[in-house]
Ligand binder design. Structure first.
Ligand code: AMP
Ligand code: MN
Ligand code: MN
Length: 328
């Protein structure tokens, strides 16, 4: 079934002349990597391809020049472009493509994703949660299409594998991840360039923001749960944006004995994103799904509207009871 869908997706892409490639809102490294790797691959085959994301691209990813190819929602005139296919990568449900979701009924939609919570919203869905990164799935599509890799494409493709596996540290960093990374390194990708760009590129203000987050840190469930939050005022006061708190949830998870980490942040007045992470046994995607989000067993998220303090209270209560349910 999954393999069939893979070949079906490849066949559809092969036939298409014009493709709109969409990533998800609040894009991360895997998303940008997958959007650009598919775009560059298809362009090499002579197709007309437009990549688009309905969200601001994080500035640390703008260091990759090819990111400037990615259009915003406002820049897309879909009727005029008239794509044969809309290919959606790394997105588990239609709302994840933002305002582009209004067009999905009118086009042939291919979904390529690794989230177990995927709602299979495309006309053809290749969804395989055994992949650590969607970027690995794009690598396979490009190979099947016989795309020739250059150093740039190899680097961009490796980016998603590095970021979604926490630079090869998470439980999704399996043998296939290392093999795919090794293949891309052979093709000229430099893993240290990506690591430096993302991990060693911090502004001093980010450390002040981290300090604020640590001040507000709380521990529950006998040390199994740790959480913290930042409000819009916190960001403004410290001359930061929500971009500056990328990675904070991993810092929380790194505390000894903590199984579940939650980081809440108010990215827009009255709108809060919740990032969940776990270490070994707690399935965070279950909690995320309950509040309208999704994700993976060890990394999930959701965005909700309301007062941040109320959201923190409610979600912490929900998580504490879910920890009791799931505790081995
Ligand atoms: P984040 O905490 O935002 O880094 O997201 C962790 C994981 O959860 C990623 O795989 C996201 O794609 C997924 N995720 C985050 N937010 C949502 C959402 N609102 N709906 C579905 N999946 C989400
Ligand atoms: Mn993603
Ligand atoms: Mn991903």
């Amino acid at each position: 079934m999954v393999a069939n869908n893979f070949l079906n997706i490849v066949a559809n892409l092969k036939q298409a002349n014009k493709v709109l490639v969409l990533g998800h809102i609040m894009p991360d490294g895997d998303d940008i990597s997958s959007v650009l790797s598919l775009t560059l691959g298809l362009k090499k085959l002579g197709k007309e391809v437009i990549p688009a994301i309905d969200w601001k691209i994080p500035s640390y990813l703008s260091e990759i020049d090819e990111v400037s190819l990615i259009k915003s929602f406002e820049e897309i005139d879909i009727k005029n472009f008239a794509p044969d296919i809309i290919a959606i990568v790394d997105a588990s449900s239609p709302d994840r493509v933002g305002r582009f979701s209004q067009y999905l009924n009118d086009y042939n939609v291919l979904v390529i994703d690794h989230h177990a919570t995927n709602t299979l919203f495309g006309n053809i869905n290749w969804v395989d949660p055994t992949f650590g990164a969607t970027a690995q799935m794009i690598l396979r599509i490009n190979r099947e299409l016989e795309v020739e890799y250059d150093e740039r494409l190899a680097l961009i493709n490796l980016l998603g594998i590095e970021t979604d596996t926490g630079f090869f540290r998470y439980s999704n960093a399996d043998e296939r991840v290392f093999k795919d990374a090794a293949a891309l390194i052979s093709l000229g990708a430099k893993p240290d360039v990506i690591a430096r760009m993302i991990l060693e590129n911090k502004r001093l203000e980010q450390f002040k923001l981290l300090s604020r987050m640590i001040e507000k840190l709380k521990i529950e469930s006998e040390g199994l749960l740790a959480y913290s939050y930042l409000s819009k005022e916190d960001y403004e006061e410290l001359n930061c944006t929500d971009e500056d708190s990328g990675g904070f949830v991993s810092e929380i998870r790194s505390i000894k004995g903590v199984e579940v980490a939650i980081f809440f942040y108010e990215y827009t007045e009255g709108e809060v994103h919740i990032s969940f992470r776990s270490k070994e046994w707690f399935d965070v995607s279950k909690v995320a799904l309950l509040i309208g989000g999704g994700g993976h067993p060890r990394a999930a998220g959701a965005s909700v509207k309301g007062k941040i303090e109320d959201i923190v209270d409610e979600v912490v209560k929900l998580t504490i009871s879910e920890i009791k349910n799931q505790k081995p």
